[in-house]
Design a protein around this ligand. Structure first.
Ligand code: SF4
Length: 285
């Protein structure tokens, strides 16, 4: 079988940038007896995080574990400003790797609420990025919804302003925005879906239509990878989300299959994608 890799699969520029900064920081503080912390995963990929841990990164889940005088890395998808303020007061050095697209969405959230609009964020309310956008908005006059089925949660308002989690699926956002037309006479829409995500979703959708089997490679906890998998399933029922080639199941393929599409999320290392390609092209029935 031939493996066709979707264009631009793997690390996006925001993730590359976050990893480069993190690696440089770990190198700088390596032998200085200064701890370098992150809260949760800097990017949603277990293999990469394990590698960073071997180089000295301490991944914690509790704010109290971050000691005064240490270094703290803000992940690519942003963090709560209140939380960072507390760390600064503790004497912690903050290194911010937030992606510029996420910063833009945070700034738009703030601006929309400042202008007196009811803010609607299209995204997952438990995702760190959305939580950071909510905090930047600094208002209780907001609603977070992820699907058109949740539109009933948005009450009627005079003015509604909308932003989207950067990794949202465009068609889902369009359906929600259509539903919002019944909720307000004025609607301000800020398209904060990142261009990289949008492009990757289009390419993955197109490839899925034209292959026998489609494999999406990347962390199961990565929002953008999960969205790619959902798009692939819309076009090809034989689409599977895997973290590495080791999860590939032989029963997914038949002797008549000739092409397998492979796409990777923004936090998927190139090696994980190449391993899948190698596996497919050396597959024997
Ligand atoms: S997916 Fe987009 S928003 Fe997220 S880190 Fe990459 S470039 Fe930035």
């Amino acid at each position: 079988m031939k493996a066709i890799i979707a264009k631009n699969s793997g690390y996006c520029f925001g993730v590359k940038r976050a990893l480069e900064i993190t690696e440089n920081v770990l190198e700088k503080y390596k032998n200085k007896n200064i701890s370098v912390f992150s809260m949760g995963q800097i990017i949603h990929n277990r293999g990469v995080i394990e590698d960073l841990k071997t180089r000295g990164l301490e991944v914690v889940e509790n704010e109290n574990d971050i000691i005064p005088g240490s270094v703290f890395i803000v992940r690519s998808h942003g963090m709560s400003p209140r939380f960072l303020k507390k760390l600064k007061l503790k004497g912690v050095i903050i290194i911010d790797t937030s992606c510029p697209f996420v910063k833009r969405a945070q700034a738009k959230a703030k601006l929309i609420s400042k202008k007196g609009y009811h803010l609607v964020i299209i995204g997952n309310k438990d995702h760190p990025e959305v939580m950071s956008e909510m905090e930047h908005a600094n208002t209780s006059d907001l609603t977070v919804i992820e699907t058109p089925e949740e539109l009933h949660k948005v009450k009627k308002h005079v003015k509604i302003g909308v932003i989207m989690q950067t990794t949202q699926i465009k068609s889902n956002s369009k359906a929600i925005i259509a539903g919002l037309l019944d909720k307000a006479s004025q609607i301000l829409i800020e398209n904060t879906i990142c261009r990289v995500t949008e492009n990757r979703q289009d390419v993955t959708g197109r490839l899925s239509k034209n292959v026998d089997v489609m494999l999406i490679v990347g962390g199961k906890n990565s929002a953008n990878t999960a969205h790619l998998a959902s798009i692939a399933r819309q076009y090809n029922s034989r689409s599977y989300h895997i973290e590495t080639y080791k999860e590939i199941n032989r029963s997914w393929f038949g002797p008549a299959d000739t092409t397998v599409g492979v796409s990777g999320g923004a936090s998927t290392p190139q090696k994980d994608i190449s391993d899948v390609k190698y596996y497919i092209e050396n597959f024997k029935f």
